[in-house]
Design a protein around this ligand. Structure first.
Ligand code: ADP
Length: 807
């Protein structure tokens, strides 16, 4: 007897999500986003338990998922729907069982979140699908009528892995949380190492990919790194010892070597942590210990970035599935800088495999290039910043190209400011430039004008900044004062110290300062030097960039804060927290935190707050508490930016909720205040400060080193800002009609005119089920075919969708 098969009706397509291979932080966020977005789009959602094993087994391993089932998933590490390695799926017979199970369940869309193995499996499954169905008919396991509605299986891949070893994407879901764990551990080891002047060799995961090891080395300022893609030469023992000795001579009290578990020499022989320990102990008589981090790296809470990535990619995967036609090649969702993209699954799998093959074939150059466009640049820059040798002739520019580059922090302190200086200084020294620190911002410069020759401008040496790699705040000292407070003295200092360029690291004030200096060039010749701004502010409100240093650390801190207070409600139940974030007149922090914690509502200055909105939200909260039937003990979060409304203050919102709730639930206010700045910079802020600061120095060098005043004047980028825009890091001019000052600066509100993150609010609403007036269909597009017809333009509230409710 042939089993009964589900035939999809017009408006209830079935979409399944599976996590597979090694688990990683953020996989649960993917499941939540896929389940809720599918329901929102009018589909039935399913989870396949235990990866491909569940797919092969079928039955109750393919489980219907409802809205409530994924509550709280965002903040939990690992994968709650399980993952297993499955040998059967590697054989065609196993894949045939899997195909049969999908047909029987009526599932026509499959989203697989896993590493390269899992996605290879998905790609094979997709390519075999028609022949698997034919064989199922031939062997009389299914009838032609049964398979007919399922001729096309749409598959979409999501890359979930801590290794970041998949070609075609900057980051895999989980890699940054894992890196965060590694950095925490290395920072901790660092303290004890420095106390005893010890050496530590730390082994990190990554299989045959060196991304975790290299990024950890950059983020913690390790002295030497071993990665599989760049095997050291035969003389690595001497090279490593030389670097360690040179660092020690400069006064460094500890030695950290990071080694990838896949480290090898050019003959593909493994290099082990024990071997490295032996070299340091025997050759340098250095008291050296080994630490293998192991599975700690997979554990812990997902970082802000992984929640962001998991959510946006999960939403994108559902959209991609629903838009797919039989002709569309299967996509894998990738990310490039700040942009979520759809790439070709087959092509990315092929590239990933060729990177592996290149490694095996000892073509290391190719393997390195196939990893990621910037991987090699990172490695080269890392090498450059660990070579203290101001004498390395190969790296030095000719004397006439040497510049005196002044570095200043402007605005409120934030994580990432110190590592950015460190990277810039290391770069400058290796090239022959003179890095000059301006202490305590513009007032520091102005105040100490008369204190010649010391003043507040000093040359920085490598050892001055080396341990800034993981320090939050600003070692240079920073404040909000502007050059306009004393323009003539500022100009005179520029002349006195013979600055050839000014590198400003800071927020909107840094932008404003550069603008003021630029606008005074006519009057003061010393201002006619290149000015370059590197945005650094938790508010992320600087024109010309979608990302500012420090914002990632702040978001991680806010996400951690919300997790903690939410849990605090688990004894009392039914509590809403109204959390007030900083950010000035920019709703970025509130919105992105809202995305990462699954907030019920987010209030921003851009959209304001009104009574209708508030009352509707209170109805929604009431409904939400009713639906969860006490299942979720944790509290709920509303985020309110500090300047969202003059009238509806954070306390007032909580008071209104309390009155309206009539005892059924209560509301409390939580204000993290300056705690939001965070402690140590997050790995993302460390790596990006490293990358962007070096790009800035290269930019100054390429455009202005050895150039005449006239040439500098003629270059429209002589006052510029570096920023991440979509998938690229770009330099934009500040001046002229097309420059950022005229086109992108909202001076009154102190924020960008185009805030790229605004549509994210729509996704938060969709995934929390909050009703709103926005036409999200216009924003996210209508799926083709009959499914699209089932759509209304206004997002239904969660309870409005029958597919959301457990019968
Ligand atoms: P990851 O996805 O993290 O790289 P694995 O390499 O262990 O993890 O793959 C996970 C699962 O994906 C395997 O247990 C297997 O079921 C499936 N898989 C991996 N490679 C293939 C393949 N070449 N063909 C079919 N299935 C595969």
């Amino acid at each position: 007897m042939t089993p009964s098969v589900y035939t999809p009706s017009a408006n209830a397509r079935r979409v399944a999500i599976m996590t597979s291979g090694g688990d990683s932080q953020g996989m649960n966020g993917v499941v939540r986003a896929v389940v809720r977005m599918s329901i929102h789009m009018g589909c039935e959602a399913y989870a396949i338990l235990e990866g491909y094993e569940g797919l092969v087994r079928g039955g109750d391993a393919i489980k219907r998922m409802y809205w409530e089932d994924v509550r709280g998933y965002l903040s939990i590490g690992g994968t709650l729907i399980g993952t297993k390695r499955c040998q059967e799926f590697k054989a065609r017979s196993g894949r045939m069982e899997a195909a049969k199970n999908l047909v029987m369940k009526g599932i026509s869309g499959l989203i697989v979140c896993g590493g390269d193995g899992s996605l290879t499996g998905a790609d094979i499954f997709r390519s075999e699908w028609p022949s698997l169905l034919d064989e199922l008919v031939q062997t009389k396991q299914l009838t032609p009528e049964q398979i007919e509605p399922h001729r096309h299986l749409n598959i979409c891949g999501l890359v979930g892995s801590i290794d970041n070893d998949f070609s075609g994407t900057d980051a895999t879901i989980g890699c940054y949380s894992s890196l965060q764990r590694i950095c925490e551990m290395v920072d901790a080891v660092d303290d004890t190492a420095a106390s005893h002047m010890r050496g530590f060799v730390i082994e990190v995961m990554g299989r045959n990919c060196g991304w975790l090891a290299l990024m950890a080395s950059i983020a913690t300022g390790a002295d030497y790194v071993f990665i599989p893609e760049k095997p050291p030469g035969q003389d690595w023992e001497e090279e490593m010892c030389e670097i360690v000795i040179s660092h020690r001579k400069l006064g460094k009290r500890r030695t950290i070597i990071i080694i990838s578990e896949g480290a090898q020499n050019t003959e593909l022989q493994k290099i082990t942590a024990d071997q490295v320990v032996k070299v340091l102990t025997e050759k340098l008589k250095l008291d050296t210990r080994k630490t293998v981090l192991g599975h700690i790296q997979r554990g812990g809470l997902p970082s802000y970035y992984d929640r962001w990535l998991a959510t946006l990619q999960g939403v994108e995967a559902v959209k991609a599935l629903l838009e797919a036609t039989p002709e569309t090649p299967s996509p894998v969702i990738t990310v490039r800088e700040n942009k979520i993209l759809r790439s070709d699954l087959q092509e990315c799998v092929r590239l990933t495999k060729s990177a592996g093959a290149a490694l095996k074939g000892k073509d290391f150059k190719k393997a390195m290039n196939l990893r990621d466009i910037e991987f090699k640049d990172y490695f080269d820059s890392y090498k450059l910043t660990t070579s203290t040798t101001e004498e390395n002739p190969r790296l030095r520019l000719p004397k006439e190209k040497h510049m005196r580059i002044a570095i200043i922090h402007v605005g409120a302190p934030c994580a990432g400011m110190n590592p950015a200086v460190r990277a810039a200084v290391a770069y400058c020294l290796s090239r022959g430039h003179t890095p000059l620190a301006i202490y305590n911002g513009f007032p520091g410069l102005q105040r100490h004008h008369a204190d010649k020759p010391v003043g507040s401008v000093r040359e920085l040496k490598w050892i001055d900044v080396d341990d800034w790699v993981n320090q939050g705040g600003s070692e240079l000292g920073t404040n909000r004062s502007l050059p306009s407070e004393d323009v003539p003295t500022t100009a005179d200092c520029f002349r006195l110290y013979k600055f050839d360029a000014l590198f400003l690291i800071g927020g909107f004030e840094a932008f404003t300062s550069a603008s003021q200096i630029r606008n005074n060039r006519d009057k003061y010749p010393s201002f006619r030097i290149p000015l370059l701004v590197l945005p650094a502010t938790i508010s992320n409100n600087v024109p010309g960039t979608e990302y500012s240093l420090g914002s990632d650390t702040c978001l991680n801190t806010l996400v951690g804060f919300c997790d903690v207070i939410r849990q605090s409600a688990s004894a009392s139940r039914r509590r809403v927290f109204v959390v007030e974030t900083q950010g000035g007149k920019s709703g970025y922090l509130a919105t992105m935190t809202g995305l990462a914690v699954g907030a019920l509502a987010v209030y921003t200055p851009e959209d304001g707050i009104n009574m209708r909105m508030l009352l509707r939200d209170i109805d929604f909260i009431r409904e939400d508490f009713q639906d969860d039937k006490g299942a979720a003990r944790a509290g709920k979060i509303i985020l309110r930016n500090e300047r969202a409304s003059e009238i509806y203050t954070t306390q007032m919102i909580a008071d209104v909720i309390n009155v309206e709730a009539q005892g059924r639930f209560d509301a409390r206010v939580a204000v993290p205040g300056h705690y939001q700045q965070g402690m140590k910079p997050s790995p993302i802020d460390r790596i990006r400060s490293f990358k962007l600061a070096i790009k800035c120095m290269q930019f100054l060098e390429d455009n202005f080193a050895g150039k005449s005043r006239d040439e500098i004047n003629a270059n429209p980028l002589n006052a510029a800002i570096i920023g991440i825009q979509g998938s690229d890091a770009v330099f934009s001019p500040m001046g002229s009609d097309l420059g950022l000052e005229a086109t992108q600066a909202d001076w009154a509100m102190r924020r960008q005119i185009t805030e790229y993150w605004r549509p994210v609010k729509g996704i938060i609403d969709i995934l929390s089920g909050r009703p709103n007036d926005t036409n999200w269909l216009a924003e996210y597009g209508k799926p083709p075919g009959p499914l699209g017809e089932a759509f209304t333009s206004v997002a239904p509230s969660r309870s409005g969708s029958p597919l959301a409710q457990r019968p």
